[in-house]
Design a protein around this ligand. Structure first.
Ligand SMILES: O=C(O)COP(=O)(O)O
Ligand SMILES: [Mg+2]
Length: 234
């Protein structure tokens, strides 16, 4: 008797992969640190600051400006960031070119979709909702959804489970080290996009595959990567 093959699942990172959030992240971060008269950060700085969620981003911005951040100071800074960022949402943030067509192509072929981001879930959800994308995703998990976050494999496994997928039928798509690492840690093939916020060329992160544009993302590519990976060549 033939057993049913579970559907493929495409798990996407959020910041720098699905959505170009940099302008709003920079604005809200600069609004936050302006309360301590720190010099604004730039888009170029963001590639070193983003990737581990808002808390780490604020800490790293203070470190970049060599400014002390006491425990008592931290909570008000985080609140200031969250209020500003949530208040402006979706702000200038936009899906990357070709994304919507790519999601349409995948969904038309029965591929399930999910989001695995290190952004706080309470920030990721309203952003995705504000762009009208919530219904596309079988699961949306953030850096605080589980006890661990990317690059810990359990964040990705937890996302796959919530989505009702199977690790052996899953491909991770992301822009940064944590995305490629979480996939490698979970034994899942990865696709890197070069248009996000990595501070190094994505090829050097050793993803399974690189696409230059979402026009290249289709069900056949996922199928090929999964087959190659299962054969031990990916
Ligand atoms: O907000 C962050 O720091 C990281 O977010 P990402 O995991 O969606 O890239
Ligand atoms: Mg990212």
């Amino acid at each position: 008797m033939e057993s049913a093959v579970p559907p493929m699942l495409a798990v996407f990172d959020l910041d720098g992969t699905l959505i170009d959030t940099a302008p709003d992240l920079v604005d809200s971060l600069n609004f936050t640190i302006a309360a301590r008269d720190l010099e604004p950060v730039t888009y170029a700085d963001l590639t070193h600051l983003v990737g581990h969620g808002a808390k780490a981003m604020i800490e790293r911005a203070f470190a970049l400006r060599k400014a002390p951040l006491s425990n008592g100071d931290f909570e008000p800074m985080l609140e200031r960031f969250i209020d500003h960022y949530k208040g402006a949402m979706p702000g200038k943030s936009q899906p990357y070119p070709g994304l919507i067509d790519a999601l349409d192509r995948l969904q038309a072929a029965g591929v399930m979709l999910a989001v695995c981001t290190n952004k706080m879930e309470s920030l990721a959800r309203p952003l995705i909702a504000g762009l009208g994308l919530t219904d596309r995703f079988a699961a949306i998990t953030g850096g605080d959804t589980f006890a661990v976050r990317k690059p810990d494999a359990e964040h990705l496994f937890g996302t796959v489970k919530l989505a009702g997928g199977a690790p052996a039928r899953t491909v991770m798509i992301g822009d940064s080290l944590n995305d490629i690492k979480v996939a490698a840690n979970a034994g899942i093939p990865s696709i890197a996009v070069p248009f996000g916020y990595s501070d190094v060329a994505v090829e050097t992160l050793k993803p399974t595959h690189v696409i230059q544009h979402f026009d290249e993302l289709n069900p056949d590519l996922l199928q090929t990567l999964l087959a190659t990976h299962a054969a031990g060549n990916g």
